[in-house]
Design a protein around this ligand. Sequence first.
Ligand code: NAD
Length: 302
Amino acid sequence: MGDNKRLGFIGLGLMGNGMARLLIKAGYALTVFDLDPDKMNSFKALGARLASSPKEVGAKSDVVLSSLPDSKSVRDVYLGLPEGVLQGSSPGSLLIDFSTVDPETSRDNYKAAVEKKVKYLDAPVSGGPKEAENGKLVILVGGDRGAFEESKPILDLLGSTIHYAGPSGSGNIVKLVNNMMSMGNVLIAAEAIVLGVKAGMDSQTLFNILRTSGGRSAHLEKRFPNALVRNFEPGFTVDLAKKDLTLAIEMAKNFSVPVLSAHLSQQLYSVSSALGNGKKDCVSIINLFESWAGVKFQEVKK
Ligand code: NAD
């Protein structure tokens, strides 16, 4: 792998935008594709080549990277006929998908790629748009170890911690397990904090104590300061929380493993989405508990 590799990027959304920009900044020649023409045009101004299909990205790139919303789009982009990436890729090229999808989708794409002598990695990420912009993502990689080693110089530009999780699909297994825990942490913290405020605690004092105490979590520290000042801009949206919990529940069904709290979490984020909060940050789940308790977790200006 070297700077003369031609890269392609598909899916220039909240996450892909920052990642693709970092690759251009590092000096890579980049061909991009997104269904949204405005997103494409913003990359033209940065010197990227615009493709008219995933197949064209595949044909013009030694390494194709993608950050797409869901399993369907990941299957369409790579396997689609006649315009999918694999219709254009040459043997020996490498495909790296950063999307959070079910492990089966990753494995199906991997198998289709192997048939064409193309390498495929599932590489879902932990961290949000800010980390994507700053090259500070945590990247969880599944696939052949040789392909992982080959991908490292690129992944090192995008992430501060890169894990090799195991064979194809492993990255997404870990990602779904992680997000069951993360979204559960946000939910439990929201419920408990609202009870604390209802029982008479000042919100800021409660938060200051909790962030040093046993109940703290990475998400308490990252998201609840925003809730305290009533900032619910995403970050990681309620709809993404719902999506990832749904994928985790499907994975559990495939193994006949009961996941009771994941079901409850999934339902509560679904309620929040149905109430119109799908595009807000997942910490806005606290609004549900606040409305039931009749109090707000809010900094009081003294
Ligand atoms: P997003 O919706 O902002 O971006 C997705 C982009 O893909 C959009 O620009 C959309 O136009 C494009 N797209 C959709 N279907 C396409 C297709 N068939 N062909 C080409 N382009 C297509 O989503 P995001 O927040 O950037 O998330 C991307 C992935 O990263 C998701 O799988 C998400 O679960 C995961 N993720 C997101 C976050 C986060 O904080 N936002 C954190 C970790 C992981």
